[in-house]
Design a binder for this molecule. Sequence first.
Ligand code: NAP
Length: 311
Amino acid sequence: MRIAVLGTGGIGGYFGGRLAASGHDVTFVARGAHLEAIRETGLAVSSVAGDVTVHPANATDDPGSIGPVDVVLLAVKTWQLPPVLEAVAGLVHGDSVVVTTQNGVEAPDRVAAVVGREAVLPGIAKIFAYIDGPGRITHAGGPASLVFDEWSPAPGGPSDRVMRLRDAVTASGAVSPAPEDIWAELWSKMLFVVPFGGLGAALDATVGELRSKPSSRALLEDAMHEVEAVARARGVRLPDSVVAGTMAFVDDQPPEATTSLQRDLLAGKPSELDAWTGAVVRLAAESGVDVPLHRLLLEVLTTRHPHALPS
Ligand SMILES: NC(=O)c1ccc[n+]([C@@H]2O[C@H](COP(=O)([O-])OP(=O)(O)OC[C@H]3O[C@@H](n4cnc5c(N)ncnc54)[C@H](OP(=O)(O)O)[C@@H]3O)[C@@H](O)[C@H]2O)c1
């Protein structure tokens, strides 16, 4: 399979690295010292599920040089999408697919605006992975799963191209379970990560702190109910127990855990605030649902962190 990994970070480096190490023809898009290191010494993935090294690795900073591929793994942060999306059209031909991995629920639409819905496989990465130096990716935890499906899955079961890619991901040593409903999964992940990220950043609190203080625990649960209300207003079929199930998941996390949103905001870096809290506020307004907690979080976080939204 010919695969282009757009963004060789925690997600692209981990899943792309495993696919390359298992024999697929993978080209990694990277830049700066990370690109130089990948070209010179390869891509090293250190993982709690077993290490792999890809050497030599095909790597470039010019997606336009890659040509048509079977699969595009889109793995840049949401604020980095615009220039990368311009390049995606040149990689897609006939039956190519673009798998999205971004947190939030809007990336599939942003890609579909460029290549059409039929080429997009909305996806979710469930993992904790990051770049820990030029040419080096660390997978520190999480199930390491890449969940994806057709935009509108056929009732007869997964398409051949989805099955081929799931088989390839599984054979590479990662996990790729079939979702019951990809949109419900995307919103369920959003229902976990956005309230946790927004409140964690506003209160500068770890998950252990948020869940153990009754007042912040109640806010976390209220924020989840807001996301649930938006999803239901948009016809997303979330399980009835989605908030209770997500709170149980919160209780299972290591107490020191924080989100990338919180870490990026507090470090003064660009962040995914627009695609997380911003999206909840935006989609709620579109759907006629009030989300006062998210409106407040967005106001507080954009005021405190003026760099937080894309310019
Ligand atoms: N990491 C996780 O554990 C995890 C888990 C679940 C979901 N996600 C989601 O997955 C998405 C990707 O996250 P990530 O953690 O993998 O991000 P990341 O580690 O920051 O990786 C993104 C990579 O893409 C590169 N990049 C961006 N634009 C580029 C361009 N135009 N040309 C070349 N390289 C470019 C970045 O380079 P620079 O560093 O130079 O900008 C960076 O190396 C996010 O939406 C995130 O929310 C992540």
